[in-house]
Design a protein around this ligand. Structure first.
Ligand code: AMP
Length: 542
């Protein structure tokens, strides 16, 4: 017997329809490439998204055709999120931090038809437009009078003229919720990049679960600042969850430095912000230098790489901001776990609470997790056993776009490439990427643990731990350190700093001071590059 409920497809267009109807006056504020702050409402987002849909129809783009973006977080990008996917095309967010060779490779692989870009990225467009035969239209996200006469891009359109010529009357189409809605290529450490291809259904379920109180807890009372880029895994789904809840949205545009972010938080009365640790590092540096305080910020979700304990403490103890440590992947849309406390933790003293907050958190509803040993046997949830982390759920990939790399699943589970523990309360803690784990004398050393201790030293801005070949122990950890400007610490002082904080054999054998740690396109430390930089390095005593 079937249930007798209405069958309605879960479609992204319903989000903007809802926001327009129920939160029409809700604000969307964006710092623009032009430098000013742009301010309008969900009602206008809806109207202009429909103009985008009409403009794509006028270009005769077919169902599932790819529309690429190369853009900062901003209102025009948001309109493309809804206009492109809502009308049945696939939004392909390109990462402008990649090399133009990689960008053109990705655009060709995706067979993009249209590319919409912020003027900041005109040099990239100039470098790639002759190499991307499938792209028929380039649209600059600006007013008609801002188009450079000498762009060198034949037929270059201005976004405002392009959508301005269209009516805002449009009926969002209904189609199968399993249709593709957007795509994002992984930064992949080996081989060519591979794309996760999200569906309307997966995006809607992810946005629903992401908005839950024990996930990101979003509501119409929130003012949300996604610092995490809209070109990386749909800004963790925040644009969708914001429309679903009617939260005010604030976009930083190209202003990603500590000062700009801080001023935006204060100026727009942001209550909730999301970003990777490197962004917050810059902002906290700016705040401590100027003895600044927050007046409205209540919580911040930090993920993308491990959040150093010192950062959680700074937000919590110095500024009264709750940190939600979160973990996920491009292949997971991306939310997997968020660290929120359970009722029983509320009575704990602050140092025990901190031990919980340091973990990457509990799986949100919809994400099933397990850890396995080398033979694929499931390991206990005791907070001690660590193994390969596998996941499954309705917003986790089943295959990569075009079947690249073969089937990624093992018995229906997606291997994340992360190594983790899970405790009896379901809190997962990442100890490493499987390729970064350091094996010393048959035991594993978590590079994240070694880094976290160094990062707690007041003179350390950033630290990366890697294993070096050792004749006796197989591998031994060393730590590459970037000092804070004007701060001093010696090799011996830093090694002494580890005393009592970890087992003796987990203390790094050496400290190497470097100018910078190589970061990838999504702000993650690139340990392969670091290893290349240190290829002539020799461990002391070997
Ligand atoms: P990406 O698909 O580029 O977002 O990268 C996903 C990977 O980033 C994960 O598999 C983890 O290795 C890492 N990652 C994401 N969030 C965290 C976190 N909170 N702590 C540690 N590693 C993380």
């Amino acid at each position: 017997m079937l249930g007798l409920m209405q069958s309605q497809q879960l479609l992204i267009s319903s989000l903007i329809e809802f926001a327009e109807r129920h939160h029409g006056e809700g604000e969307v504020v964006s710092r623009r490439v032009e430098g000013d702050l742009h301010r309008y409402t969900y009602k206008e987002v809806g109207a202009r998204s429909r103009q985008v849909a009409n403009a794509l129809d006028a270009m005769k783009l077919g169902f599932s055709d790819r529309v690429a973006t190369l853009a900062w977080n901003g209102y025009r990008h948001l309109e493309l999120y809804f206009g492109v996917s809502g009308s049945g095309r696939v939004l392909h967010t390109l990462n402008p931090r990649l090399h133009p060779d990689q960008i053109s490779w990705i655009a060709n692989h995706a067979e993009d038809s249209v590319l919409c870009f912020d003027m900041t990225f005109l040099p990239i467009i100039k470098a790639i437009h002759g190499r991307c035969p499938t792209i028929k239209h380039y649209v600059a996200l600006c007013d008609a009078d801002k188009l450079p006469a000498d762009s060198g891009i034949p037929g270059l359109l201005s976004y405002e003229a392009w959508i301005g010529a269209q009516s805002s009357n449009y009926q969002w189409p209904s189609f199968d919720e399993n249709s593709a809605s957007s795509m994002c290529y992984t930064s992949g450490t080996t081989g060519n990049p591979k794309a996760a291809l999200y569906s309307h259904r997966s995006t809607m379920l992810h946005a629903l679960a992401g908005a839950l109180p024990d996930a990101l807890s979003m509501s119409a009372r929130d003012c949300v600042l996604p610092v995490v880029p809209m070109f990386h895994v749909n800004a963790w789904g925040l644009p969708y969850s914001a429309a679903m809840t009617g939260a005010k949205l604030v976009f930083p545009g190209p202003g990603m430095d500590g000062k700009s972010i801080y001023e935006l938080i204060e100026g727009e009365r942001v209550s909730f912000a999301a970003g990777v640790p490197t962004v917050w590092q810059m902002m906290l540096g700016h705040m401590s230098a100027g003895k600044l305080r927050f007046s409205t910020l209540k919580r911040t979700v930090i993920g993308g790489s491990a959040c150093p304990p010192a950062m959680i403490t700074a937000f919590n103890d110095e500024y009264g901001v709750e940190v939600l440590h979160a973990w996920g992947m491009t292949e997971m849309s991306p939310l997997g776990t968020v660290c929120t406390l359970k009722n029983k933790h509320l009575e704990l003293d602050s140092s025990d609470k901190m031990k919980v907050r340091l973990k990457q958190g509990r799986g949100i509803f919809g994400v099933d997790m397990k850890i396995v040993d080398d033979q694929g046997r499931e390991l206990p949830w005791d907070g001690k056993a660590y193994g390969d982390l596998l996941v499954r759920g309705p917003w986790i990939i089943s295959d990569y776009y075009k079947g690249e790399g073969g089937s990624p699943l093992v018995d229906g589970w997606f291997p994340t490439g992360d190594v983790a523990t899970i405790d009896a309360d379901g809190y997962m803690q990442i100890t490493d990427r499987s390729k970064d784990v350091i094996k010393s004398g048959g035991e594993w050393i978590s590079s994240i643990d070694v880094e976290n201790i160094a990062m707690a030293h007041p003179a350390v801005a950033m630290a990366a731990c890697i294993g070096m070949k050792h004749p006796k122990w197989d591998e031994r950890p060393i730590i590459a350190v970037v000092k804070k400007p004007g701060a001093e610490v010696s090799r011996e002082q830093l090694i002494a700093f580890y005393e009592g904080k970890t087992a003796k054999w987990q203390i790094p054998d050496d400290v190497v001071f470097v100018e910078a740690i190589p970061l990838g396109g999504t702000g993650k430390m690139q340990k392969t590059k670091l290893r290349e930089l240190l290829k002539d390095y020799q461990l002391p005593g070997t």
